[in-house]
Design a protein around this ligand. Sequence first.
Ligand code: FMN
Length: 117
Amino acid sequence: MAGNKVWAENGSVMILALAKKNFANGKTNRHAMHDIGAANSTLLLEAASLDIYGHMMGGFHFNETLEAFDLDNNEWEPACFIVIGYLDAPDKLEEPFKSRELAPRSRKSVNEIKEKL
Ligand SMILES: Cc1cc2nc3c(=O)[nH]c(=O)nc-3n(C[C@H](O)[C@H](O)[C@H](O)COP(=O)(O)O)c2cc1C
């Protein structure tokens, strides 16, 4: 999608992460989306250990993706695209991406999460 072009255009590799919805025996894999998420995270950790980085993107055109890759949605679930590349200077980015990239990352405290349970 438009907001992701800045990442997609400048990466070296683009991956389409697909969850396989059924096992070989035809039974539904209820954990397919969990599995692809875990695989993606592991891939990015391994990449980071080699000083290579990835940006996952759930913002993509779903139906166009199925069509472009000739995918049967009964079999495959497009989860996200991942652009992979080497780090560059955030200063080169235009707004609003530059401010987002340079902003300090914030995380909720454990207590804040507990309060919502
Ligand atoms: C499944 C998933 C989908 C995402 N979709 C998008 C997206 O469409 N566009 C985007 O800019 N960031 C998206 N993000 C967030 C970025 O991939 C990244 O995690 C976030 O910008 C934090 O970056 P940081 O690791 O540098 O803090 C998504 C993250 C995940 C896990």
